[in-house]
Design a protein around this ligand. Structure first.
Ligand code: GTP
Length: 469
């Protein structure tokens, strides 16, 4: 029990508190005017913490916000006594916790209502809830600072926009990163972060060098842009930063989700550092908006590879027979028609076959044994085929084969081999053998698939009649 409390409550508590204090100081370094950082990191942390740990995150974040605001008051106003400083800091910390708490948990609640395929809806929910949360938090925080005389009302109109956009950039860029981080540290809580769209799609393992190269391209273009911006001294040039959407989308479409998040964070850190070094404060708001737009765009982009994966999965399912895992009749027809269209001057044969007395296998040994016989048949036939050949379950206990580059004699030889292997196949209890009747035809030049199947079916019927008698 104690171990569980430490693991589930105290560790997240301590980490949240420490991270909040550290990131608050880091954001202070990015401040380009009072109360406005290029992007405010603790906002992203708070939002992620409330999504992941719900109300459990409230206390550490409240204390961290209290300590930092208190420290700020105390250091800027030496005459202020302790109680006064706390009284001034507490409302501000409370506003932060309540607004981010409600926003983060509402985001988690709504995201939980979408299934894993509704990734676009999940992302929209995240973007919208972050937008509203940061806006409300900005106005209420400014009002609190006004009320506690930490900010003069005359400064409000100049401050609210950079404050809000800085907070929004912090949430858009870093909430997914913190969620991924928390999910790594607390695998138990991973389930919660999976509610979040970005955990849904398992990306395949990818090599590091191409990612480093793409990141290099992104950062080189950013450097070029920033240098030109400083050199040209034209404030409108800053808008070119929005073109960074393109290399960022390249990373989004080709790299795993954690790497996409990392590249966004690296881009934001890089812009911030360059900003300080090159002293570019005049166009800060443009860059803040750019960070928000690039990251929001990237999250929407994340849905594309995920939807492609889902699409491929559904396509495979719609083409495959569920039991035997070979092609189904419809997929066979599509592929066979294509093969016949592309046919050159080589022979082609069609084989339609049906298992003998299959109903008796079902009746005497059960449906599971019947299923197994179908699976075994599919496996055996597949092993006898070449890459160009087509094979499908035609329905029930019937299968169809299109043998590319085989004339009637060649097809007959293949069928003999299959018959032999089927007869030798061991079913579970060796209680029955698998036998089939085969209709074999060589497809005449210009003959349609339909006609060839009709001829093969007639051959099959003949064989059946022969087998029965
Ligand atoms: N176990 C199992 N049985 C199936 C499946 N699909 C169809 N069947 C059964 O396969 C049987 C096919 O019957 P038929 O082709 O009429 O009969 P048969 O016993 O093979 O007779 P002949 O073809 O004349 O030798 C039916 O009893 C179906 O219920 C399946 O996916 N699994």
């Amino acid at each position: 029990m104690i171990k569980l409390i430490v693991k589930r409550a105290l560790l997240p508590f301590a980490l949240m508190f420490a991270l909040w204090i550290i990131t608050w100081h880091l954001s202070g370094l990015m401040e380009y005017q009072a109360h406005a950082s290029l992007w405010f990191i603790p906002a992203g942390l708070s939002f992620a913490a409330f999504i992941m740990f719900r109300w459990l995150a409230a206390l550490p974040i409240f204390i961290a916000a209290l300590v930092t605001t208190f420290g700020l008051n105390f250091s800027s106003n030496e005459s202020l006594e302790l109680v006064g400083a706390i009284t001034k800091a507490a409302p501000f910390a409370l506003v932060h916790v309540v607004v981010y708490g409600i926003g983060g948990m509402a985001c988690r609640f709504f995201i939980g209502h979408f299934n894993h395929l509704q990734i676009v809806q999940k992302i929209l929910t995240f973007l919208l809830s972050a937008f509203i949360t940061t806006l409300v938090a900005t106005f209420l925080s400014i009002a609190t600072l006004n009320a506690t005389e930490m900010l003069s009302e005359s400064a409000n109109s100049a401050i609210w926009l950079p404050w809000w956009i800085g907070d929004l950039a912090g949430v858009y860029i870093l909430t997914p990163v913190f969620l991924l981080l928390f999910a790594r540290i607390w695998p138990d809580a991973k389930r919660d972060s999976r509610l979040f769209a970005f955990r849904y799609d398992k990306s395949p393992k990818r090599a590091w060098p191409p990612f480093i190269f793409k990141l290099g391209v992104l950062l080189s273009l950013t450097t070029m842009h920033l240098m030109l911006d400083v050199w040209l001294e034209n404030p409108e040039f800053a808008y070119f930063i929005f073109f960074l959407c393109i290399p960022q989308m390249w990373i989004v479409f080709t790299e795993s989700i954690p790497r996409q998040c990392v590249s966004l964070s690296v881009l934001a850190i890089f812009i911030t550092l360059s900003f300080q070094i090159l002293d570019m404060n005049s166009s800060a708001i443009t860059y803040q908006f750019a960070l928000c737009v690039i990251s929001a765009n990237a999250y929407f982009g994340m849905a594309v590879p995920s939807l492609v994966t889902t699409n491929n999965y559904l396509l495979k399912r719609s083409n495959t027979d569920g039991l035997t895992q070979i092609a189904n009749r419809q997929h066979f027809a599509e592929q066979a028609k294509q093969l016949l269209r592309d046919r050159r001057n080589y022979p082609m044969s069609l084989v339609l076959f049906d298992l003998d007395k299959f109903k008796a296998i079902n009746d005497n040994f059960g449906h599971a044994a019947g299923d197994q016989a179908l699976v075994t048949t599919a496996k055996i036939v597949q092993q006898s085929l070449r890459e160009d050949d087509l094979f499908a379950r035609y329905g029930g206990d019937e299968f169809i084969l299109l043998l590319a580059k085989e004339n009637l004699q060649g097809a007959t030889n293949i069928v003999e081999r299959i018959k032999q292997e089927l007869a030798e196949a061991k079913n579970d209890d060796s209680q029955f053998t698998i036998q089939g009747s085969f209709g074999i035809v060589e497809i005449a030049p210009d003959e349609s698939l339909k006609l060839a199947i009709e001829r093969a079916d007639k051959q099959l019927l003949k064989q059946k009649t022969y087998a029965r008698t």
